[in-house]
Ligand binder design. Sequence first.
Ligand code: HEC
Length: 162
Amino acid sequence: MSDPQHQDPPPESDLDNEPPRRSRWLGVLIVAFALVVGLGMLNIGRLIIRPKPEVTAADRLVEASPQLQKGRDLVTRGGDCMRCHTVELDIVGPGFRNIAKRYAGRDDAVPYLASKIREGSVGEWGRIVMPRHPQVTQEQAELMAAWLMALGPPKDPAASPP
Ligand code: HEC
């Protein structure tokens, strides 16, 4: 005759050591989710902090030099240059970065371009004539040309090897 009150206690140790399966998976999911969110925020932060390198290279140069700033203002404000030119694109006249790229190897690029700005030009890029700018002084023309050359070549990685 067996006594119903007298049973072996259930093996407690098993229950204690192993947490319920569901909550463990939930934990893994929460950690994974937190990782994804954390990495995403890091990535956004990196994008916000990191300046665009192709913009800052020329910009820093200009920021550091009052001469280049004068040249920039002469070209982009007041004068008629922007009626026919843009920095990036060829419109009526060639884009300024394309000009910088073309003459990058020439030591006399600044005086050469300064004289072209004052005397006008035709036949270098096409058949459209750039008019003379007799009101622009030699000094102003050289400031303009120096800024154009400081812009550097177009932002096309293929066009400008490292
Ligand atoms: C009426 C339109 C027009 C205006 C205004 C104009 N340009 Fe031009 N520019 C052109 C054209 C067109 C060319 C290409 C000429 C050629 O093929 O030789 C050119 C070429 C140039 C070149 C390259 C010359 C060369 O030998 O490669 C420079 C530098 C330049 N322009 C700067 C300026 C500046 C600075 C101003 C303002 C003071 C200005 N341009 C105003 C139309 C213009």
